[in-house]
Design a protein around this ligand. Structure first.
Ligand code: CA
Length: 221
């Protein structure tokens, strides 16, 4: 994969770059938010490792601009440890995953690989529930012919639900299937993503809350 590393701590950025190169990826380093945005404008990246605390434009602002320009590149955010609000903010803005600092380099490499693997292994397949279509080959979602912009993570969550319409999934189950590793705040995370999906998919609502159990997708009654 081609990875952009947006990190202003230069020794850390270098360490990340060499760990990724060693794992077989190409990497480019930017030391501030504006430089990161111009790198993205100039070259196609599969993934951005994005530090929240960046000079000029912070990581949230970079992510906000990328998503508002419909750049679908996956984003792994580097957040401060204990910064729960930061993590939720990042995910709400469309980050695919986050890693609290300090982290083990092996974990970063594993997360990068997991984000890439899921993308590569998708079979050519289209899922349909009512007027909602998920084209897994092209990572496109349509409601009644209208295109919906979803992040990689949102697509993964929607895919789990759409593969088995009517089946009720618990929050824990969804977290395990979508994030693989369990997050400390997993139920909150699932709620945030379900909320985002519902908003993007629109009315009539297809994703239903089953009280005390979890969520299901089905045609409106
Ligand atoms: Ca920083």
């Amino acid at each position: 994969m081609r990875v952009l590393i947006a990190e202003d701590e230069i020794p850390l950025a270098r360490k990340i770059a060499s760990a990724l190169v060693e794992a077989g990826h190409d990497s480019v380093v930017s030391n501030d938010g504006e430089a990161a945005l111009s790198e993205v404008a100039n070259g196609a990246f599969d993934l951005i490792v994005l530090d929240v605390g960046l000079p000029r434009l912070d990581g949230f602002e970079v992510l906000r601009r990328l998503r508002s320009q419909h750049v679908p590149t996956r984003v792994l955010m580097l957040t401060a440890r204990g910064g729960v609000d930061d993590r939720i903010t990042g995910l709400q803005l469309g980050a695919d995953d986050y890693l609290p600092k300090p982290f083990a380099m092996q974990e970063l490499v594993a997360r990068v690989a997991a984000l890439g693997r899921r993308y590569a292994e998708e079979p050519a397949l289209t899922l349909q529930v009512a007027d909602l279509t998920l084209d897994l080959a092209n990572h496109q979602t349509f409601r009644d012919g209208r295109a919906i912009d979803l992040s990689t993570r949102e697509i993964m969550l929607l895919k789990v639900l759409m593969r088995e319409p009517g089946r009720v999934f618990t929050r824990t189950e969804l977290c395990e299937r979508v994030w693989e590793h369990s997050h400390e705040y997993d139920t909150k995370l699932v709620e945030v993503f379900i909320g985002r999906l519902r908003k993007k998919i629109g009315e009539p609502s297809l994703i239903h809350t089953v009280r005390y159990v979890g969520y299901t997708i089905r045609e409106p009654a």
